[in-house]
Unconditional design. Sequence first.
Length: 717
Amino acid sequence: MIVRRRWTAAATTVILFSAVLSHPASGAAAPAAPITLSATETALVRVQLRDQAQLDRLVATGADLANRPRIRDGRILADLVLSGTQLAELTAQGATAVQIVQRAGDGERHYAESVRAAQARTAAGLRAPATGQRSTAAAAVDTLQVQQAYWWTTTGQTFLQAQVATTATDDPDVEITVSWRTADGATGSFPLYRFEDSGEYQYHYALPQPVPGRPVQLSATSSLGGASRAVTPTLWPNATPPPLPAGYQKDFIDAYLTPTDIQARIKRLARQYRDLVDVIDLPNKTQGYRRNAVAYLGNPAAAAVVVESVRFGDQGMNGVQVRTVDPGRANRPLTVGYRDRVLTVSLATDTAGKAVSTTDEVAAAINARQPDRFRATVEDGSAGLPMPVAGPARLDDGLQGTEVPARPWTVQALRLGVHRDGSRVGVLAYSQEHAREWATPLVTLEFAERMLANSRTDPATRELLEQVDIFVIPTVNPDGANYSFNDFAMQRKNLVNHCVGAARDPKYRTSWGVDINRNYTVGSYFDGYVGASANCLSGTYAGTAELSEAESGNVIALAQTHPNIRFAMNVHSYGGYFMWPPGAYRADGRVTLPRPSIDESTLFLGSARRIVGAIAQERGTVTWPSQTGPVADVLYSAAGNSADQLYYELGIFAWDFEVGNDLWNPATNQWEGVGFQPPFDEAHGESQEYAGGLVEMVRVARDYAAAESAEGHGRTH
Ligand SMILES: [Zn+2]
């Protein structure tokens, strides 16, 4: 859903010079060093937006939103992948950068550090804003209901989160303040913010607030004089997994893993645990880490034609040259010839012997005479200009990863279990649909190896492998991942370029590809749902059709081929979410996909609490109640996402993780985002805690199957 909220502060307009940004004058913590980003640098930036309209424009234009926009101190915060130029534009429109979550080079450094460290081992709140609360002596005109009040403690700090509804639903100016008291008698208060969904008032809420101890009482008052009953906040998630037995083995992740590393890990696990593992080659090979070779013929700043090979660069086209020549004689026609790996365009001349071909004529001639080898388009701004004598220019695919095999990639799944014959309830965990989410395969591989290693020593793990058939796809999108590791850290999509015409200009090379998690069939862009784009350069490009991509087809093929799969977890990063369907709504009327039945909603939420509890067991990370729920409610509408197809079409209870919860910074009293490629220690922590969550999902499946066999239900299609 597009999140609609009220904000109370006036917009802070920041004048931007050379993309050097300063902190806002108010509404945030004391300024640290100014946030700077050069024009061509790409980074993940937490931006305080000017207003809801600015957010709506960003969503409508397919901005690369990394996270659900949040509200803090009444202002909207969004995490965006931006170039310095884009950030400058946004800032000129009134936005303010508040945190560089990750710079483009950070991932590469964190990867290198993680590998070095692994090798070494082998060898060896919130400030309370001024609420501007009206003083109201008049009689109450609204009543308040506390819908949720949860508390938890993590790393020694207790937090409180509340959700309160007013009966004055149509008054956008109602302000609600929550007051709390701890067991020790400490008291305090904080403001809530209005939350609308589909233009309808839902409730007021705030980010988790630090409190000095266990809260035992909470109540709310409104600016209209309304008051709630006092309630006792509930412990969240209040579910604890079985304790791990002595000697339980974990921590199988000691560095970030590239797709090649993942392939090797799959192979090793299959060899090491032969009796418990099958490796499944998924049916659709991907394009591979490959691109067409391309060159500018001419000067793109003056007059140029973009010449591209029809085949990939690795198919003999890297190094091919292209040039234009002056024939040196009068009255010559425009000709195109290709020999000895040189494409030569001889320009037409007039009666005086002057070259007279235009850029358009040169492009058209190449396309007409060499359609099997080359595609040519006129560079933006060069239409109709005289074509200069230029070149030879060398065509190149531009790929930097010299150790990545340039051939179609076979995506693999691990199948784990004692009975891998479809007779047991199936669970599917899959990760890295989005290339840049480097921590996610660490989660699924840690999970897989925990199940296998402990099956030999821990009877409880052995029993799970007796009862459950586990499928794991560690990297759904290896081509994009290879590109993210070698070329462009912020790559989200796959490597298939469906752009035509001017959008194939290599200056857009980091924007090509299909968003795999927008390419599925249910609630898709093609069905009129929100949260995907038809623009091939958008971060959420849906592809040419539903399941147009090998990668998405593989996930569905695995689920279809194994109808015993009843539970699935789609592992993404970052932000700390736990979600389930519906994941999309229609543009027209903002109608979501059907809500699960009461029984299924109960199962989704009850299981979520168990799994959130298991995640917290590792290092105390608690996924917020406000980020636990249906995708469309707690994150945003994601048209054509995989979980929706698994749930609505295949009857699978399909969840999504966003691993990488915000970290509380007690120095600034702020929640801070961790990004896609954090320093390895953080990614490692995520792998450990979320692997524990996946183990709990296996227990949920086992319990469900046991109850089901007692009742005799089957998967609903
Ligand atoms: Zn993702």
